[in-house]
Write a protein that binds this ligand. Structure first.
Ligand SMILES: [Zn+2]
Length: 246
């Protein structure tokens, strides 16, 4: 609980503007098939334990196999997944949290609507931001590529799209992604520690700021696949990843 509140407060830090009002959410896997996630409508910056819900992944995951469910049926299952029936309603985004937290080595998930990242995700160049890389630290904290999700209705359909595209990423690279970018929506970062989630989130936002600046000068000039591969395999960068708990 303490780690989740700490992550939430950092993601919701008003100075960063990545999640204001009730935007964004965060979750942690507790093992034993349950996880903690922010309740619907609560503020990340001021989150306390009354705004956190413990949910059973087993109740939520079967929804991902279904189509044509009404919003009321989805809401009903979200409420049924709570261990404590007095707890608040989990965010509808708990569906993608539940699935991502079952990936090997993933203990924490964060989601925000970070301004510079969203400036690109709301532009015609959104997919390029996910598939290309512009500097070495981006590769260290965000991996050699991010998962890109074309705009999808938030809720069940979005969770299904995230699953399909993330499975494809894992088939290609043999590991879960660190960053998932959702067109016209926002960013998800995931990892084995809160440091990994925060590093990927903050570095993606910094990268987006640099991207926007470089675009104003006719860029960005992208790194070549050879340079990207070199950085991702360098022993000193692997040590740095370990130090950052990525
Ligand atoms: Zn969102």
């Amino acid at each position: 609980m303490k780690l989740l509140l700490d992550l939430s407060h950092k993601l919701g830090d008003p100075a960063r503007q990545m999640a204001i009002l009730g935007e964004g959410n965060a979750s942690v896997w507790l093992g034993d098939e349950t996880f903690l996630v922010k309740a619907s409508g609560c503020n990340l910056a001021t989150l306390d334990k009354t705004g956190v819900v413990e949910c059973r992944a087993k109740t939520l995951l079967p929804l991902l196999e279904k189509t044509n469910l009404s919003d009321a049926e989805i809401d009903g299952t979200l409420l049924d997944s709570r261990l404590d029936t007095r707890a608040k309603k989990p965010s509808v985004e708990a569906l993608f949290h539940a699935w991502l937290l079952t990936l090997p080595g993933i203990e924490f998930v964060g989601h925000t609507h970070a301004p510079a990242v969203n400036s690109i995700l709301c532009s015609p160049r959104a997919e390029e931001f996910a598939t290309k890389r512009i500097f070495p630290d981006e590769i260290v904290c965000c991996d050699v590529a991010s998962v890109f999700i074309p705009y999808t209705d938030p809720g069940l359909k979005l969770a299904q799209a995230i699953r399909a595209r993330t499975e494809e990423f894992i088939r290609n690279l043999g590991r879960p992604p660190l960053v998932i970018l959702m067109e016209n929506h926002g960013i998800i970062t995931l990892g084995r520690s809160i440091q990994a989630v925060l590093s990927a989130m903050l570095m993606a936002e910094k990268t987006a700021t640099i991207w926007l600046g470089a675009a104003a000068l006719g860029g960005p000039k992208f790194m070549t696949p050879e340079h990207i591969e070199r950085i991702s395999g360098r022993p000193d960068e692997i040590v740095r990843r370990k130090m950052l708990k990525l």
